[in-house]
Design a protein around this ligand. Structure first.
Ligand code: ZN
Length: 454
């Protein structure tokens, strides 16, 4: 089965060219002008860009918080991802405090069955002891080459010594460890202080977790990695102050990778005021405009390496758990469908970044850094994970029109210019003319190490 994507402009991180793309047996067989179409199904990409499918480095599908579960599972979440041009997600398999990494990996493999986009797993470590360390080689063999530790949350929070030891053990596997950076002890006290002032609504959420709560934890993580002598990455960086701490570590010669999310580029803490503020309760919280501006600069100047969504969706009914106490609100919001559209509209079209830079942030960098061999590029021999991107397609995001399974979007009201018209996953024509045509075509991406790009 051959498919020819004809008359489009192919965009990679190093530039763009007018070229056809021939897909054969799930791979890109040829890229070049005026390719012969004999026996091939032809998809006309005139006026469109042909991009490598995007990699979302941060999703939480089918996550059980104990008192409730995310609205999206892999079936619904992966469809939303695909419709936005994301062909691979890296979700977080999470160790139970009393369980093993192998059990967590098996559980997430079961959850991901039937996914419409490709998927891989970061492993979130909840207990770092000798037994956990002894499992790391088996994780590498099973295609898990990145790990996460939380500096927050009951049952997940790691002490500094565990982070130090895990950084060293993970680096021996040529894998990479990232951390959720917030100071848990201080923010718990601040939650109490905010409630004592009589503030119970969602506006209390950012007051209890100000910028320095993140920046302190980033600074501490940087120093722990310095002592361990290993690379490290920061998940969902949200502040200017946190970025400065990471830059300080780099100036000492440390190898540091940074992820941010669209919500920290496009939304501010003013959203917590008034009805509906619970929709935006996520951690870290939304920040100030100056933080958004600093992160955009970080994207343009090469300081930030990739962008995840932290898609962790809840319905407004689920969010209402925190109506009398903001700290009881399930943390997280939806966004897996809209990352490319938002980056294109508010990054590329607004003149903040170029289209090749967008491809670098969404496809090329994460595929390389996280060891996805043969992906993240439109090139001969690479997997045919592709998005035919129509720059003229426009619409407005609402609470109702996304494909995800919850009844709200933090981006409702955002105008979009540029979206995925057709999407190919492993060569299968999965999205045709903005609609899902072939669900369930996703495969597990068994990753191989990390390619250190800094
Ligand atoms: Zn997350």
């Amino acid at each position: 089965m051959k498919t020819l994507i004809a008359n489009g402009t192919v965009v990679n991180s190093d530039g763009e060219q007018r070229a056809d793309v021939l897909i054969e047996d799930g791979r890109v067989a040829r890229v070049g002008p005026d390719l012969a179409a004999e026996g091939a199904k032809v998809v006309d990409a005139r006026g469109c860009f042909v991009l490598p499918g995007f990699v979302d480095t941060h999703t939480h599908f089918d996550l059980d918080l104990g008192f409730t579960k995310t609205a999206d599972d892999f079936i619904t979440g992966s469809k939303a991802a695909l419709l936005g041009g994301t062909t691979t997600v890296l979700d977080f398999a999470t160790q139970e405090p009393g369980g093993t990494l192998a059990q967590a990996l098996e559980t997430w493999h079961q959850k991901a069955r039937g996914s419409s986009c490709n998927y891989g797993f970061h492993m979130a470590i909840a207990r770092f002891d000798e037994a956990t360390e002894a499992e790391l080689p088996a994780m590498s063999a099973a295609g898990v080459t990145s790990y996460k530790m939380y500096m927050v949350y009951h049952g997940l929070r790691m002490d500094d010594g565990s982070i130090y030891a895990a950084l060293k053990a993970v680096a021996k596997q040529n894998a990479l460890l990232g951390a959720h950076c917030e100071n848990w002890d201080v923010l718990l006290r601040m939650v109490g202080e905010v409630r004592a002032r009589g503030i119970t609504g969602p506006e209390g959420h950012p007051l209890s977790r100000p910028s320095a709560v993140e920046a302190e934890a980033v600074a501490r993580l940087m120093r722990i990695a310095e002592l361990a002598g290993t690379p490290v990455y920061v998940v969902h960086l949200s502040t200017k102050e946190g970025l400065l701490e990471a830059q300080r570590a780099r100036s000492r010669g440390q190898e540091v990778y940074l992820e941010t999310c669209p919500q920290y580029l496009l939304l501010t803490d003013e959203r917590y005021r008034g009805a509906g503020g619970a929709k935006f309760v996520m951690s870290p919280p939304l920040r100030k405009q100056e933080d958004c501006d600093a992160l955009w600069r970080g994207l343009a100047e090469g300081d930030i390496d990739f962008i995840g969504t932290d898609h962790c969706s809840f319905t407004m009914a689920q969010k209402a758990r925190g109506k009398d106490d903001f700290s009881l609100t399930p943390n997280g919001s939806a966004g897996v469908q809209h990352r490319g559209e938002l980056l294109c509209t508010y990054g590329v079209r607004a003149g903040r970044i170029t289209l090749p830079r967008m491809v670098e942030l969404l496809s090329h960098n994460p595929a390389r850094l996280f060891g996805m061999e043969g992906r993240g590029k439109v090139a001969e021999g690479y997997a045919a994970d592709l998005a035919v991107w129509d720059p003229a397609a426009s619409y407005c995001i609402t609470d109702e029109n996304p494909a995800h399974a919850c009844d709200n979007s933090p981006y409702a009201g955002f105008e979009i210019e540029g979206r995925a018209r057709d999407v190919f996953v492993n060569g299968a024509h999965a999205v045709e003319n903005f609609a899902l045509a072939k669900p369930g075509m996703g495969k597990y991406i068994c990753r191989k190490g990390c390619i250190h790009t800094r």
